[in-house]
Design a protein around this ligand. Structure first.
Ligand SMILES: NC(=O)c1ccc[n+]([C@@H]2O[C@H](COP(=O)([O-])OP(=O)(O)OC[C@H]3O[C@@H](n4cnc5c(N)ncnc54)[C@H](OP(=O)(O)O)[C@@H]3O)[C@@H](O)[C@H]2O)c1
Length: 400
C-alpha cells in the first residue's frame, strides 16, 4: 500500500455502464475487503455531473446515502496532467474507460518497472476466468500440464441477454485494428514459445464438440492472447513449461451457427472501412440484432444470466518426459459465475484491485505491465474470487 495517498482505490470511468457496477461492487466490499481495515475509495471521470449521478444511483441501489458525498476527481484521457494528478491520489486505479492492452506493454513496461508501478490489463470477464482458470488447472494436475482447451457457455434466463454498446465499440475497434496489432506483435520480436508435449490441434472456425454436446466456435475476445502472454512470462521468467491453449465458445445447434456465421461475416466486412465502422458504432442495436444496446441489459436480464467456462487439460505424469509419447493424464475443471459483463467483471476487477493492495509482496518483484496470470500467480486471487461468487472447481480429477 502506497502511503500518503488519500484513496486505496479510484474507479476511473465510474460514469460508464460498467463503471456504475464497479462502483457498486466496490461499495459492497469496501467495509470487508479481507484486509486490515476498510478501503478508502472514490470515483474519477471527465464529467462531475455524471460522476455525481453515478454515486447517487449507487447510493439508492445499495441504501448507503453517504456515497453521495464522496469527492469526485475530474480527469480526462486526453489531458495527461489530469491523469497524473488522479494517479497521485490513489494506490490502485480501476480503469473502466476502455481497453489498453499489448501496446501498453511495449510502450510502458520499462517505465512502469522503473517507477515500481503494476499495470494489469484484462481484469474483467476478459480474461480473469480464462487466465486464472488455466493456472488453476495446472495447479490441480499432479504432473505437467501441456495443453488446455476451454469452452465458455453463457446461460440466459427468460428475458434473454444483451450487452452495453461500450463492449460493441471495443469489438469494432479491436477487429478493425488487427493489422496494427500484428505489426505491434512483430515489434516485440519474441521467439515462438516452445511446444511441450503433443501439439494442440487448432480447431476449425466451426466444429461439433462431443464434450460440450453442441457446436463451438473460436472465442473472439482476448482470452487466447492473454493466456499466451502469461505462459510466456512463466516460461521466460520462471523457467516453467508453457501450456498450449485454445479458447472456444459453445454456441448451441446448427441454427445458431448459421446465424453467427452470417452476422459475423457482415460485421467483419463493415469493420474494414471507415463508413462501415461509423455505421456499426452509430446503430449498435440494428447491426447486432438487438444484442448490444445503448441502455445495456436490464436488471432482470442480468439476474437470469450466468457463465461457465470448462477447461479440458492434458499432460504427463510427474517424472515422465513430455517430449516422449502422447499425453496420458487428463483433467477437467470449471470456472462458474454470474452474468459476465457487468456482474462478474466488477467482481473480478475489484478482487484483482484488493489483491494488489493487500498482497503486494506476492506480486512479481519487478513492477511492469502484466497479464492477470503473471501478476497474480502467487497471490490468493482465486480464493478471493471463490468467496465472491466466481467459483473455480475440479470437475474430474486427473486420470491416467
Ligand atoms: N473485460 C471485460 O470483460 C469487460 C466487461 C465489460 C466492459 N468492458 C470494457 O469496458 C469498457 C467500457 O464499457 P462500457 O460499456 O462501460 O462503456 P461506456 O458506458 O461508454 O463507458 C465509458 C466510460 O469511459 C469514460 N470516458 C470516455 N472517454 C473518456 C475520456 N476521454 N476521458 C475520461 N473518461 C472517458 C466515459 O465517460 P463519460 O460518461 O463522461 O462519457 C464513461 O465513464 C469497454 O472498453 C468495454 O469493452 C470489458
Amino acid at each position: 500500500m502506497l502511503t500518503g495517498r488519500p484513496y486505496d482505490l479510484i474507479i476511473f470511468g465510474a460514469s460508464g455502464f460498467t463503471g456504475q457496477y464497479v462502483v457498486e461492487e466496490t461499495a459492497r466490499v469496501a467495509s470487508d475487503a479481507d484486509g486490515l481495515r476498510p478501503l478508502t475509495w472514490t470515483v474519477a471521470g471527465r464529467s462531475r455531473t455524471k460522476l455525481e449521478e453515478a454515486l447517487g444511483r449507487a447510493a439508492s441501489a445499495l441504501g448507503i446515502p453517504e456515497l453521495k458525498s464522496k469527492e469526485c476527481i475530474i480527469c480526462d484521457v486526453n489531458d495527461p496532467l489530469s491523469l497524473a494528478a488522479m494517479c497521485q491520489q490513489g494506490s490502485v486505479i480501476l480503469n473502466c474507460v476502455g481497453p489498453f492492452l499489448e501496446g501498453m506493454q511495449l510502450k510502458y513496461d520499462h517505465q512502469a518497472a522503473d517507477k515500481e508501478v503494476y499495470i494489469v490489463g484484462s481484469c474483467g470477464f476478459d480474461s480473469i476466468p480464462a487466465d486464472m482458470g488455466v493456472l488453476f488447472t495446472r495447479n490441480q494436475l499432479k504432473g505437467i500440464l501441456t495443453a488446455v482447451e476451454s469452452f465458455v457457455l453463457i446461460k440466459t434466463g427468460p428475458e434473454g441477454a444483451t450487452f452495453h454498446e461500450g463492449t460493441w465499440q471495443s469489438a469494432v475497434h479491436g477487429i478493425s485494428d488487427q493489422d496494427n496489432l500484428r505489426r505491434l506483435r512483430r515489434q516485440f520480436g519474441q521467439k515462438p514459445l516452445p511446444v511441450v508435449g503433443t501439439k494442440l490441434t487448432r480447431r476449425g472456425s466451426v466444429f461439433y464438440s462431443d464434450t460440450m454436446n453442441q457446436y463451438a466456435i473460436p472465442f473472439m475476445g482476448s482470452d487466447a492472447s492473454v493466456v499466451k502472454r502469461t505462459q510466456r512470462y512463466l516460461h521466460e521468467n520462471l523457467n516453467e513449461s508453457p501450456v498450449q491453449y485454445g479458447a472456444y465458445v459453445a454456441v448451441g445447434g446448427i441454427g445458431s451457427v448459421i446465424f453467427l456465421m452470417v452476422a459475423g461475416f457482415f460485421f467483419w466486412c463493415f469493420t474494414k472501412c471507415r463508413l462501415g465502422r461509423k455505421l456499426l458504432i452509430k446503430y449498435p442495436e440494428f447491426f447486432s440484432f438487438g444484442y448490444f444496446t445503448r441502455q445495456g441489459p436490464t436488471q432482470k436480464q442480468m439476474e437470469g444470466t450466468s457463465f461457465s467456462m470448462t477447461f479440458f487439460g492434458e499432460g504427463y505424469p510427474e517424472g515422465l518426459n513430455p517430449q516422449h509419447g502422447k499425453p496420458s493424464v487428463k483433467i477437467c475443471t470449471q470456472v462458474k459465475g454470474p452474468e459476465p459483463g457487468y456482474i462478474a467483471t466488477p467482481i473480478a476487477m475489484v478482487q484483482a484491485a484488493v489483491t494488489i493492495l493487500w498482497e503486494q509482496k506476492s506480486l512479481p518483484t519487478r513492477g511492469g505491465v502484466y497479464s492477470p496470470g503473471a501478476a497474480f500467480l502467487k497471490t490468493t486471487l482465486i480464493e478471493r474470487l471463490n468467496t465472491h461468487g466466481i467459483e473455480f472447481t475440479v470437475i474430474s480429477k486427473p486420470e491416467a
